[in-house]
Design a protein around this ligand. Structure first.
Ligand code: F6P
Length: 319
Protein backbone atom coordinates (compact mmCIF):
# COMPACT_ATOMS: atom_id res chain seq x y z
CA UNK A 1 0.00 0.00 0.00
CA UNK A 2 1.43 3.39 -1.04
CA UNK A 3 -1.37 5.94 -0.65
CA UNK A 4 -4.05 6.28 1.99
CA UNK A 5 -6.77 8.78 2.86
CA UNK A 6 -8.30 9.84 6.17
CA UNK A 7 -11.75 11.23 6.89
CA UNK A 8 -13.80 12.19 9.92
CA UNK A 9 -17.54 11.61 9.78
CA UNK A 10 -20.71 12.06 11.84
CA UNK A 11 -20.70 14.20 14.98
CA UNK A 12 -17.26 15.57 15.84
CA UNK A 13 -15.55 14.48 19.07
CA UNK A 14 -12.62 15.88 21.06
CA UNK A 15 -9.51 13.89 20.18
CA UNK A 16 -10.30 13.57 16.47
CA UNK A 17 -7.53 16.06 15.65
CA UNK A 18 -5.02 14.23 17.82
CA UNK A 19 -6.02 11.05 16.02
CA UNK A 20 -5.67 12.61 12.54
CA UNK A 21 -2.19 13.71 13.63
CA UNK A 22 -1.31 10.21 14.81
CA UNK A 23 -2.52 8.67 11.53
CA UNK A 24 -0.70 11.20 9.34
CA UNK A 25 2.60 11.07 11.23
CA UNK A 26 2.63 7.26 11.48
CA UNK A 27 1.79 6.88 7.80
CA UNK A 28 4.45 9.38 6.69
CA UNK A 29 7.02 7.67 8.88
CA UNK A 30 6.19 4.40 7.16
CA UNK A 31 6.68 5.97 3.72
CA UNK A 32 3.01 6.31 2.73
CA UNK A 33 1.45 9.24 0.91
CA UNK A 34 -1.47 10.66 2.87
CA UNK A 35 -4.59 12.45 1.71
CA UNK A 36 -7.13 14.24 3.86
CA UNK A 37 -10.80 14.22 2.87
CA UNK A 38 -12.71 17.41 3.62
CA UNK A 39 -16.20 16.98 5.23
CA UNK A 40 -16.30 13.20 5.53
CA UNK A 41 -18.19 11.13 2.97
CA UNK A 42 -19.64 14.31 1.47
CA UNK A 43 -16.15 15.48 0.52
CA UNK A 44 -15.27 12.03 -0.75
CA UNK A 45 -18.23 12.13 -3.13
CA UNK A 46 -17.44 15.71 -4.17
CA UNK A 47 -13.76 14.83 -4.75
CA UNK A 48 -12.56 17.21 -2.04
CA UNK A 49 -9.23 15.56 -1.22
CA UNK A 50 -5.84 17.15 -0.55
CA UNK A 51 -2.39 15.84 0.18
CA UNK A 52 -1.16 16.12 3.77
CA UNK A 53 2.36 16.40 5.13
CA UNK A 54 3.79 16.51 8.62
CA UNK A 55 3.16 20.25 8.89
CA UNK A 56 -0.54 19.80 8.05
CA UNK A 57 -1.03 18.37 11.53
CA UNK A 58 1.13 20.83 13.52
CA UNK A 59 -0.48 22.49 16.52
CA UNK A 60 -3.70 20.45 16.46
CA UNK A 61 -3.16 17.81 19.17
CA UNK A 62 -4.76 20.06 21.78
CA UNK A 63 -7.70 21.27 19.69
CA UNK A 64 -11.25 19.98 19.80
CA UNK A 65 -13.25 19.55 16.59
CA UNK A 66 -11.70 18.19 13.41
CA UNK A 67 -9.45 20.04 10.95
CA UNK A 68 -10.83 17.72 8.25
CA UNK A 69 -14.35 18.92 9.07
CA UNK A 70 -17.28 16.56 9.15
CA UNK A 71 -20.75 16.27 7.73
CA UNK A 72 -23.70 13.92 7.78
CA UNK A 73 -24.13 12.45 4.27
CA UNK A 74 -27.42 10.62 3.79
CA UNK A 75 -26.75 10.20 0.04
CA UNK A 76 -23.97 7.78 0.94
CA UNK A 77 -26.67 5.18 1.56
CA UNK A 78 -27.14 5.03 -2.23
CA UNK A 79 -24.87 2.55 -4.11
CA UNK A 80 -24.39 5.01 -7.02
CA UNK A 81 -23.04 7.65 -4.62
CA UNK A 82 -20.59 5.17 -3.10
CA UNK A 83 -19.39 4.26 -6.59
CA UNK A 84 -18.52 7.92 -7.23
CA UNK A 85 -16.68 8.13 -3.90
CA UNK A 86 -14.69 4.96 -4.60
CA UNK A 87 -13.69 6.20 -8.05
CA UNK A 88 -12.36 9.42 -6.54
CA UNK A 89 -10.02 7.30 -4.41
CA UNK A 90 -9.10 4.87 -7.17
CA UNK A 91 -8.20 7.53 -9.74
CA UNK A 92 -5.51 8.81 -7.32
CA UNK A 93 -4.27 5.31 -6.57
CA UNK A 94 -5.46 5.53 -2.97
CA UNK A 95 -5.81 1.98 -1.67
CA UNK A 96 -6.70 2.46 1.99
CA UNK A 97 -9.16 4.66 3.88
CA UNK A 98 -9.19 5.48 7.59
CA UNK A 99 -12.66 6.45 8.84
CA UNK A 100 -12.90 8.17 12.22
CA UNK A 101 -16.51 8.24 13.44
CA UNK A 102 -19.37 6.33 15.03
CA UNK A 103 -21.56 3.42 13.98
CA UNK A 104 -23.16 5.27 11.04
CA UNK A 105 -19.71 6.11 9.69
CA UNK A 106 -18.60 2.49 10.11
CA UNK A 107 -21.70 1.32 8.25
CA UNK A 108 -20.71 3.62 5.36
CA UNK A 109 -17.14 2.29 5.45
CA UNK A 110 -18.33 -1.31 5.38
CA UNK A 111 -20.61 -0.59 2.41
CA UNK A 112 -17.73 1.09 0.56
CA UNK A 113 -15.56 -1.92 1.18
CA UNK A 114 -18.22 -4.56 0.33
CA UNK A 115 -19.44 -2.84 -2.80
CA UNK A 116 -16.31 -1.18 -4.19
CA UNK A 117 -13.40 -3.12 -2.70
CA UNK A 118 -11.90 -0.16 -0.82
CA UNK A 119 -9.69 -1.24 2.11
CA UNK A 120 -11.04 0.47 5.21
CA UNK A 121 -10.09 0.73 8.87
CA UNK A 122 -12.48 2.34 11.36
CA UNK A 123 -11.50 4.33 14.45
CA UNK A 124 -14.31 4.90 17.00
CA UNK A 125 -14.73 8.66 17.39
CA UNK A 126 -17.91 9.78 19.14
CA UNK A 127 -18.69 11.31 22.52
CA UNK A 128 -21.59 8.82 22.95
CA UNK A 129 -19.50 5.72 23.83
CA UNK A 130 -22.19 3.70 22.11
CA UNK A 131 -20.09 1.07 20.32
CA UNK A 132 -20.32 -2.32 22.03
CA UNK A 133 -16.98 -3.81 20.93
CA UNK A 134 -14.80 -1.18 22.62
CA UNK A 135 -14.67 -0.04 26.24
CA UNK A 136 -14.22 3.57 25.16
CA UNK A 137 -14.66 5.74 22.08
CA UNK A 138 -12.58 8.81 21.31
CA UNK A 139 -14.11 11.94 22.84
CA UNK A 140 -16.15 10.27 25.56
CA UNK A 141 -13.70 11.05 28.37
CA UNK A 142 -13.46 14.73 27.41
CA UNK A 143 -17.25 15.03 27.12
CA UNK A 144 -17.75 13.49 30.57
CA UNK A 145 -15.17 15.87 32.04
CA UNK A 146 -17.02 18.80 30.47
CA UNK A 147 -20.25 17.57 32.08
CA UNK A 148 -18.42 17.24 35.41
CA UNK A 149 -17.31 20.86 35.16
CA UNK A 150 -20.96 21.84 34.61
CA UNK A 151 -22.23 19.72 37.49
CA UNK A 152 -19.72 21.32 39.87
CA UNK A 153 -20.70 24.83 38.79
CA UNK A 154 -24.42 24.11 38.94
CA UNK A 155 -24.17 22.43 42.32
CA UNK A 156 -22.64 25.61 43.78
CA UNK A 157 -25.59 27.77 42.82
CA UNK A 158 -28.24 25.08 43.49
CA UNK A 159 -26.93 24.65 47.03
CA UNK A 160 -27.01 28.42 47.64
CA UNK A 161 -30.65 28.58 46.52
CA UNK A 162 -31.94 25.19 47.79
CA UNK A 163 -32.82 24.15 44.25
CA UNK A 164 -32.89 20.99 42.15
CA UNK A 165 -30.68 20.96 39.04
CA UNK A 166 -31.97 18.87 36.15
CA UNK A 167 -29.04 18.56 33.74
CA UNK A 168 -29.69 17.12 30.29
CA UNK A 169 -26.71 15.48 28.60
CA UNK A 170 -26.10 14.01 25.14
CA UNK A 171 -25.64 10.37 24.17
CA UNK A 172 -28.33 9.63 21.59
CA UNK A 173 -29.69 6.22 22.72
CA UNK A 174 -26.77 5.51 25.06
CA UNK A 175 -26.76 6.47 28.75
CA UNK A 176 -22.98 6.28 29.29
CA UNK A 177 -22.31 10.03 29.41
CA UNK A 178 -25.08 10.36 32.00
CA UNK A 179 -23.97 7.34 34.01
CA UNK A 180 -20.26 8.19 34.19
CA UNK A 181 -20.75 11.90 34.83
CA UNK A 182 -23.51 11.16 37.33
CA UNK A 183 -21.32 8.82 39.35
CA UNK A 184 -18.26 11.07 39.25
CA UNK A 185 -20.28 14.24 39.86
CA UNK A 186 -22.15 12.75 42.82
CA UNK A 187 -25.58 13.14 41.21
CA UNK A 188 -28.54 12.13 43.33
CA UNK A 189 -30.38 10.60 40.33
CA UNK A 190 -29.26 9.36 36.94
CA UNK A 191 -31.95 8.79 34.32
CA UNK A 192 -30.87 6.76 31.28
CA UNK A 193 -32.84 5.40 28.30
CA UNK A 194 -31.79 1.78 28.90
CA UNK A 195 -33.23 1.47 32.43
CA UNK A 196 -36.85 2.30 33.32
CA UNK A 197 -37.37 4.59 36.30
CA UNK A 198 -40.32 5.63 38.43
CA UNK A 199 -40.57 9.43 38.28
CA UNK A 200 -43.14 9.61 41.09
CA UNK A 201 -40.68 7.77 43.31
CA UNK A 202 -37.82 10.07 42.34
CA UNK A 203 -39.97 13.10 43.18
CA UNK A 204 -41.13 11.53 46.45
CA UNK A 205 -37.53 10.90 47.54
CA UNK A 206 -36.56 14.48 46.72
CA UNK A 207 -39.51 15.60 48.89
CA UNK A 208 -38.40 13.38 51.79
CA UNK A 209 -34.81 14.59 51.39
CA UNK A 210 -36.02 18.19 51.62
CA UNK A 211 -37.94 17.39 54.79
CA UNK A 212 -34.77 15.84 56.22
CA UNK A 213 -32.70 18.94 55.43
CA UNK A 214 -31.17 18.00 52.08
CA UNK A 215 -32.46 20.89 50.05
CA UNK A 216 -30.40 20.71 46.84
CA UNK A 217 -30.02 17.83 44.38
CA UNK A 218 -28.58 17.10 40.98
CA UNK A 219 -30.43 14.93 38.47
CA UNK A 220 -28.64 13.86 35.29
CA UNK A 221 -31.02 13.18 32.43
CA UNK A 222 -29.67 11.39 29.39
CA UNK A 223 -30.96 12.29 25.93
CA UNK A 224 -33.70 9.77 25.13
CA UNK A 225 -34.62 9.13 28.77
CA UNK A 226 -37.57 11.50 29.03
CA UNK A 227 -38.77 15.01 28.43
CA UNK A 228 -37.08 17.53 30.70
CA UNK A 229 -40.11 19.82 30.95
CA UNK A 230 -42.45 16.99 31.95
CA UNK A 231 -39.92 15.72 34.49
CA UNK A 232 -39.53 19.21 35.93
CA UNK A 233 -43.31 19.61 36.27
CA UNK A 234 -43.79 16.34 38.13
CA UNK A 235 -40.83 16.84 40.47
CA UNK A 236 -41.84 20.42 41.30
CA UNK A 237 -45.42 19.37 41.94
CA UNK A 238 -44.66 16.42 44.21
CA UNK A 239 -41.55 17.68 46.02
CA UNK A 240 -42.28 21.40 46.10
CA UNK A 241 -38.72 22.07 44.87
CA UNK A 242 -37.64 24.81 42.51
CA UNK A 243 -36.28 22.79 39.57
CA UNK A 244 -33.92 24.43 37.05
CA UNK A 245 -33.24 22.78 33.70
CA UNK A 246 -29.82 23.05 32.03
CA UNK A 247 -29.32 21.49 28.61
CA UNK A 248 -25.60 21.17 27.99
CA UNK A 249 -26.00 20.40 24.28
CA UNK A 250 -23.09 20.91 21.91
CA UNK A 251 -20.83 22.22 24.69
CA UNK A 252 -20.13 18.53 25.26
CA UNK A 253 -18.77 18.09 21.74
CA UNK A 254 -16.04 20.75 21.93
CA UNK A 255 -13.02 21.57 24.02
CA UNK A 256 -9.43 20.46 24.33
CA UNK A 257 -9.16 16.67 24.62
CA UNK A 258 -8.14 15.15 27.96
CA UNK A 259 -4.98 13.11 28.49
CA UNK A 260 -7.07 9.92 28.21
CA UNK A 261 -8.50 10.93 24.82
CA UNK A 262 -5.13 12.08 23.46
CA UNK A 263 -3.58 8.76 24.47
CA UNK A 264 -6.44 6.83 22.85
CA UNK A 265 -6.05 8.97 19.74
CA UNK A 266 -2.37 8.12 19.47
CA UNK A 267 -2.91 4.39 20.05
CA UNK A 268 -5.90 4.12 17.70
CA UNK A 269 -4.21 6.13 14.92
CA UNK A 270 -1.00 4.14 15.09
CA UNK A 271 -2.80 0.77 15.09
CA UNK A 272 -5.04 1.80 12.19
CA UNK A 273 -2.08 2.63 9.96
CA UNK A 274 -0.24 -0.57 10.86
CA UNK A 275 -3.37 -2.56 9.98
CA UNK A 276 -3.51 -0.94 6.54
CA UNK A 277 0.19 -1.54 5.93
CA UNK A 278 -0.12 -5.18 6.98
CA UNK A 279 -3.12 -5.66 4.71
CA UNK A 280 -5.41 -6.41 7.66
CA UNK A 281 -8.27 -4.31 6.43
CA UNK A 282 -12.01 -3.95 6.84
CA UNK A 283 -11.37 -3.84 10.55
CA UNK A 284 -12.01 -1.43 13.39
CA UNK A 285 -9.77 -0.58 16.32
CA UNK A 286 -10.82 -0.28 19.94
CA UNK A 287 -9.68 -0.71 23.53
CA UNK A 288 -10.43 -3.49 26.01
CA UNK A 289 -8.91 -2.94 29.43
CA UNK A 290 -5.38 -1.66 28.72
CA UNK A 291 -5.14 -3.36 25.33
CA UNK A 292 -5.69 -1.88 21.90
CA UNK A 293 -7.71 -4.38 19.88
CA UNK A 294 -8.92 -4.73 16.32
CA UNK A 295 -11.70 -6.81 14.87
CA UNK A 296 -13.71 -7.34 11.73
CA UNK A 297 -15.98 -4.38 10.96
CA UNK A 298 -19.04 -6.58 10.36
CA UNK A 299 -18.55 -8.35 13.68
CA UNK A 300 -18.07 -5.01 15.47
CA UNK A 301 -21.27 -3.60 13.99
CA UNK A 302 -23.27 -6.69 14.94
CA UNK A 303 -22.55 -6.29 18.66
CA UNK A 304 -25.27 -4.59 20.67
CA UNK A 305 -24.24 -1.96 23.19
CA UNK A 306 -25.71 -2.41 26.65
CA UNK A 307 -25.42 -0.20 29.68
CA UNK A 308 -23.29 -1.46 32.56
CA UNK A 309 -26.10 -2.47 34.95
CA UNK A 310 -23.67 -3.18 37.77
CA UNK A 311 -22.33 0.37 37.54
CA UNK A 312 -25.90 1.68 37.54
CA UNK A 313 -26.77 -0.38 40.62
CA UNK A 314 -23.67 0.94 42.37
CA UNK A 315 -24.56 4.52 41.43
CA UNK A 316 -27.99 4.12 43.04
CA UNK A 317 -26.34 3.11 46.31
CA UNK A 318 -24.04 6.14 46.37
CA UNK A 319 -26.72 8.84 46.52
O1 F6P B 1 -23.44 11.40 18.22
C1 F6P B 1 -23.03 12.55 18.90
C2 F6P B 1 -24.18 13.44 19.21
O2 F6P B 1 -23.69 14.59 19.86
C3 F6P B 1 -25.31 12.82 20.01
O3 F6P B 1 -25.03 12.73 21.38
C4 F6P B 1 -26.46 13.73 19.67
O4 F6P B 1 -27.67 13.03 19.76
C5 F6P B 1 -26.19 14.10 18.23
O5 F6P B 1 -24.81 13.85 18.01
C6 F6P B 1 -26.48 15.54 17.88
O6 F6P B 1 -26.25 15.68 16.51
P1 F6P B 1 -26.15 17.10 15.75
O7 F6P B 1 -24.86 17.73 16.13
O8 F6P B 1 -26.19 16.74 14.31
O9 F6P B 1 -27.30 17.91 16.24
Amino acid sequence: MKKIAILTSGGDAPGMNACIRACVRTALNKGLEVYGVDRGYKGLVEDDLFEMDSKSVCDIIQRGGTILKTARCLEFQQPETREIAANNLKKRGIEGLVVIGGDGSFTGAKALSDQCGINVVGIPGTIDNDLAYTDYTLGFDTAVNTVLWAINALRDTMTSHDRVSLIKVMGRRCGDIALYSGICGGAEYILVPEIPYDLQKVAQTIKENRENGKTASVIILAEGAGNENEIKTIISLISGSDVKITTLGHLQRGGSPTMADRMLAAKFGSRAIYLLIEGKTNRVVGIKGQNVIDLDITEALSQKKEIDKELYRMAAELC
